[in-house]
Design a protein around this ligand. Sequence first.
Ligand code: BTN
Length: 269
Amino acid sequence: VGSPFVSRLGRFGTIDSTQGVVRDWLETGVPEVCIAVADEQTAGRGRLGRSWTAPPGSGLLASAGFRPEWLPPRHVWRLASIVTLAMAEAAEEVASLARGTLGLKWPNDLVADRADGGLRKLAGVLGETVMDTGRVVNAIVGIGINVDWREADFPPDLAGSMTSLRALANDLPIDRERLLDAWLARLEPGYQQLRAGQFDADAWAARQRTTGREVEVDLGNRVLQGTADGVDPDSGALLVRVDATGAVAAIDHGGIVRCRLIDPPPGAL
Ligand code: BTN
């Protein structure tokens, strides 16, 4: 990776979490955009306080560090979205999948369709920010994508709900280095656009697999059931038409939210 877009690219065999590496770098003055990649994490972190595990070498585990002080805090969700969109495009290219094969499950899971209408998770994204006096000082966006993991080796309890690029490519081995290069090549223009105040909301909305589907959204203190109407390109919210009232609820990005498709029910994420 010779592009000046990347200020530092650190590769680790085994590390606790690439999120912590990048957070420390930013705190000690490393310029943006710094990237940490690991073969294996011993304390990989997921959203909502969950852990993230993957067999050594099977995935691309990466965190990107940004200093987006110019980004309005209400748009900070867009950082995680450009990271995810860049990976969706890169993964489709490297695994020779048709454009649009990969979807997003709000807020930022990368998913593939199951034959019965359910979704399988391919990648997860974790965004963390450090704010100071109302500005986004540092942002760390981590992505874990199942790459060269054979379908036959999936844990049985997850086989219905997860997938890998290799499985989607009919067991073709997938090179993680190529995927990393292709991702960074797409992340750069996405980030420059964001800096210029632009965001490809159409591409983001087009990949949303929740749109038009029955969903159940767990907000921690209450559960909403309704039809996902789409997404709001300004707030990043998921728009859900609540069955009971017909009112449209805007589900904010920042909260503790779990979103699940309820059509079809068996095994759906
Ligand atoms: C999720 O779906 O819950 C988000 C998973 C994010 C996992 C990635 S792997 C690289 C980076 N380091 C971590 O500890 N987590 C993220």
